[in-house]
Design a protein around this ligand. Structure first.
Ligand code: BGC
Length: 765
């Protein structure tokens, strides 16, 4: 149950843009948008390979390359191409089996002469052969007729800042056809090679500069199904020295293996993945489907076989946000991976080590030391974020934004995630293989950024932008200051850990980086960082210096002042800039990241203060409000924010434009946030590094939750009912696990189960 999503809606262009995201199939290497077989660039078809970027020319944004579409297929009847969106169509549906990552479509076209032509198509990008796209089609007509089938590779692709490919070569090497090309900026070769099998006759090739198709004539008998199969191999020079040769050889391997066996392998792989991470919600099929949908999207884009790429803010759904990797990955996706697939979490963090040089370059560029990570990171770690990152909707002029220059918290978010990874997995090899270097260099960056305030007699971070992007260039953003202080503390802990457990590499690293003096400075500074505290009267923590003195209009009133719904609220003249209206969780996020530091009253006061002032203008925001709400007993709100995060790309209404800029695509941070909201919010599960706390606050419809969770290599099955919590190690425990339920701490038995009763908190809605 709750594994299949289906859509039968009419396919206007706006709907089809969203379906392209929702029905994406991916395997961590390729993301293939959920458009229809007959779609072309107008309908935003895209095949994105992780890690391949290109800049089409001076002044244009560097972004992922949309590769030639090897999944193209159209039926032509009586000279007319059959297109679901153009009709007439008697029946149409698109569905995605989340459990097996297989997309299906079924359309019954009705021709003028009354002939009903049915196309069923099934597609997946193989999880066991990551360069391979596989599809199977079944065609049936209600009358005997002649159908033409066009199938092949469409290299005339949708681009936001293209074109990215040049030197196209179309080739026929029967039974294979291919397109190879090179990227414009670096000349990286790419190739898509297609194989197609069809019972039809009169097979001819149609070639244009950027397209190569085969045309088949299929003589159908009424009511008889005809099965066709396609394989497309997708390679780029980033990971293969000779993409065309690799494509040919993979197609031949697919031919030998056959569609059914490939599908079987793929399905088995996905089933095993789900066994390791499926969070079952009994009693609420809507929430179950939304959460599985979220986890599906995370699994579909997570790098499994490489640590040279990470997950971009829009996943592999297109070129939006320049395919940049933001803090989204470390803060909102990493907890899921660290607790369910630590090897993927490790890959994501190793990517930051692989791009450390880019972060060092950026720090130098701004006159700092250490590592200042890119706000939008690509293959080299250099910042793809431009200084004018938004266009004014009214004047059409680019607006100066300070995301790149001032969101220094990125260099604290990455160390935070490294600390979490270590605490959750207990694996210190990441520290030895680059993690410690990243933490040290980030700490060094903050050391060079801070200012001493003689008045406060503390160190401050001035001129920064916190997570709330509507307030740029502020002083002492609470989130930034706490996170920077955490980076210092972590740096000292890492140094002590390495010194104790790995003295020789510890010494070598300090020497290599010339870090001893810095470490000493960090030791002296760590307790003297100004960390904005709660007002003793109201318990509200000011988001930054002077925040509480800004104008304080109700959000609805401010939004009414917009002259265009796409108007940007931040920046120099933004409507929100001199008010207390914020874009997204900022203080509230910090409260979630440091749960042990704040009393429930403080969280409550801040939730009540900030929630009405938050536009929820970023998909990253809802999960923090959910987690914090759960902690203070606002269960209805916690549930609602959880559902917002989990269903954003399923049936939500995410922002599609900022100014005239298209920002559509999938929202993996919301997906990861949904998992966090379910696990740490509604189930109340937190791992502190030493103690597992379980304080469930199940929403009323949830009768039971079951989830697997890895803690320092031990896999636990946790079952929470409305009455009790049961923990069961899946294998005998290798480490001692202490659990706190209802304020009492117990040690989990090495084998067997532990069941503890708790009283379910009351649900108000
Ligand atoms: C948010 C950022 C986020 C980025 C990518 C922006 O709208 O304000 O916090 O990192 O989107 O998701």
């Amino acid at each position: 149950m709750s594994w299949i999503i289906t859509e039968t809606r009419q396919l206007d262009e706006k709907a089809s843009d969203r379906l392209g995201n929702k029905f994406l199939v991916g395997n961590g290497y390729i993301g293939y948008r959920g458009t229809l077989e007959e779609h072309a660039k107008e309908r935003k078809t895209a095949t994105i390979a992780a890690g391949l970027y290109d800049q089409a020319g001076e002044g244009l944004w560097r972004e992922p390359v949309n590769l030639p579409n090897g999944g193209f297929l159209e039926l032509v009847y009586q000279g007319r191409p059959l297109r679901a969106h153009a009709g007439p169509v008697e029946e149409h549906s698109q569905s995605l089996d989340l459990r097996h990552a297989v997309h299906e479509r079924m359309t019954v076209f009705t021709a003028e002469d009354g002939n009903r032509i049915t196309l069923r198509a099934k597609r997946f990008v193989s999880a066991t052969r990551r360069h391979l796209f596989c599809a199977q089609y079944v065609v049936e007509t209600s009358r005997d007729c002649e159908l033409i089938i066009h199938t092949g590779i469409d290299g005339d692709v949708w681009d936001l800042n293209g074109p990215h490919l040049r030197d196209f070569i179309t080739a026929v090497d029967d039974p294979l056809i291919s397109i190879s090309a090179r990227t414009g900026e670096k000349g990286i070769p790419v190739s898509v090679c297609e194989y197609f099998v069809c019972p039809g006759r009169n097979h001819v090739f149609l070639t244009e500069e950027r397209r190569i198709l085969r045309e088949f004539l299929l003589q159908t008998r009424a009511g008889q199904p005809y099965t066709l199969v396609k394989f497309a191999a997708i390679h780029t020079g980033v990971d293969t020295p000779d993409p065309p040769a690799a494509g040919r050889s993979l197609c031949w391997e697919a031919i030998r293996t056959g569609f059914d066996a490939l599908l079987k392998d793929h399905r088995q792989y996905w089933e095993a993945r789900w066994t390791d991470c499926d969070l079952q919600i009994l009693g609420d099929s809507r929430a179950q489907l939304a959460l599985r949908f979220s986890l599906y999207h995370l699994l579909a884009i997570a790098p499994v076989e490489t640590d040279t790429v990470s997950i971009p803010a829009r996943g592999l759904s297109g070129q939006v946000y320049k395919g940049g990797i933001f803090w989204d990955t470390e803060i909102f996706m990493l907890p899921f991976f660290a607790h369910e697939f630590p090897e993927i979490a490790r890959n994501l963090l190793m990517y930051r080590f692989r791009t450390l040089e880019g972060a060092r370059r950026k720090a130098r560029e701004y006159g700092y030391r250490g590592a200042f990570y890119a706000w939008e990171s690509q293959d080299t770690g250099d910042d793809a974020c431009t200084l004018y990152n938004i266009t004014d909707i009214h004047t059409g002029r680019p607006m100066r934004t300070y995301f790149r220059d001032k969101q220094i918290h990125i260099s604290a978010d990455i160390p935070y995630a490294i600390g979490e990874y270590f605490s959750i997995t207990g694996d210190d090899s990441l520290l030895l293989e680059g993690g410690a270097e990243v933490v040290y260099e980030c700490a060094r960056f903050f050391l060079s950024y801070l200012h001493y305030s003689p008045d406060r007699k503390q160190y401050e971070f001035l001129d920064v932008t916190g997570p709330d992007e509507y307030h740029e260039r502020v002083h002492n953003n609470a989130y930034t200051n706490w996170m920077a202080a955490h980076t210092f503390a972590l740096c000292l802990r890492v140094a002590a850990h390495l010194q104790k457990h790995h003295p020789a590499p510890a010494k070598a690293l300090l020497q290599k980086l010339g870090f001893r003096k810095d470490l000493e400075a960090i030791r002296k500074t760590v307790r003297k960082i100004y960390q904005p505290a709660a007002d003793p009267r109201t318990s509200v923590i000011p988001q930054f210096d002077g925040y509480l003195q800004l104008e304080d209009p109700p959000l609805a009133e401010l939004l009414r002042l917009r002259s265009d719904p796409r108007e940007y609220l931040g920046g120099g003249n933004g409507l929100a800039s001199n008010t207390q209206i914020l874009k997204q969780a900022d203080v509230i996020l910090a409260l979630c990241l440091f749960p042990e530091r704040f009393a429930r009253e403080t969280v409550s006061a801040n939730w009540e203060y900030y929630e009405p002032r938050t536009e929820q203008g970023s998909s990253l925001s809802a999960c923090s409000y959910s987690i914090a709400a759960a902690g203070i007993g606002k269960l209805a709100e916690a549930y609602e924010f959880f559902m917002t995060a989990a269903s954003l790309d399923l049936d939500g209404d995410p922002k599609q434009y900022v100014g005239p800029l298209y920002i559509g695509g999938t929202h993996p941070a919301a997906s990861g946030g949904a998992w966090m909201a379910a696990v740490s919010g509604l189930c109340g599960i937190r791992w502190s590094g030493k103690l597992l706390t379980i304080d469930p606050r199940l929403p009323a419809p949830w009768s039971e939750v079951r989830l697997p969770l890895l803690i320092r290599g031990d896999r636990l099955q946790i079952v929470i009912t409305r009455k009790d919590v049961t923990l069961r190690p899946m294998q005998p425990l290798q480490h001692k696990v202490r659990v706190r339920i209802r304020r009492k701490v117990r040690t989990l038995p090495r084998q067997g189960t532990l069941t503890v009763e708790y009283g379910a908190p009351e649900w108000r809605s």
